[in-house]
Design a protein. Sequence first.
Length: 332
Amino acid sequence: MALRTSLCDFLGIDVPIIQAPIGSGSGPRLAAAVSNAGGLGMLSVTWRPVDEVRAVVRETQRLTRRPFGVNLVLHWDPRERLEICLAEGVKAISFFWGDPTPYVEQIHRAGALVMQTVGSAEDARHAVAAGVDIVVAQGWEAGGHVWGQVGSMVLIPAVVDAVEPVPVVAAGGIGDRRGIAAALMLGASGVWLGTRFLASEEATVHPIHKEMVITHAETDTVYGEVFNVGWANAPHRALSNSTVERWETAGSPTANRPGSGESIAAYSDGTPVVRYSDIMPGPGMTGDLEALACYAGQSSGLIHSIEPAAQIVATLVKEAEDALKGGARMVG
């Protein structure tokens, strides 16, 4: 049973695996590695300086001739970055945390596809009415910033029913072959994996963050607005750490949080990072990196190794095919 769906033809990829943008953890090396392995690599460009966006897209194009996409968070004005990406020929634009309606026609005129992450069937219907081509159904189990509060097992089929025949990509809590097989059986046309690719050799996160992903259990994440300095009123899921423990011990306050404003880490140029910042620990940063926003989903409990992205894709494809064959035998 080949792991190929209609999404593959739609996007021009070989296997229905999309690497989630994972903020600063995504870069040209990771996106290109996933695309070269047959999936769809993604770049996050929202927080990159505008004058870096073109260079990052071109570097990814240098590393792969396969399709890849970019993600834009609509909490911030995307227009400059979107125009650059379309001018550079990016063929898949992913939106999150806002209404994509104002940008859909522009993207279609440029010959690109629009993806929108949703947290409910109602959100999905709105996205499709706006002209979105692919809906990403993000379950509550997901790492990083989380739009809705519905678990993947319910959300995926609800969204599929709401927007069929528009392709639906499943996100949240998927970390191995069983999650992929389950998502496809629930009606999804593909999967969107973030936490699994955080634990890849190419992810641009600090080794401490990667090690935390593979050593934390499925119960070792926290959902809420803990790391909200820089992006307020934005619920997210991150790995439990010393900052979370201090905050919970103090009663999970929304104000006068212990250590608030304290500089606990720094970029390589010396720029400080304060406790409760929304910034992930990146390469070259120093300080108490464990205490920063180490975003990850509940699927961290299923991930036990750091591997090259191409190997991750190949293993997931082979094992998901085997899982689907086994499921077909059980059903039969």
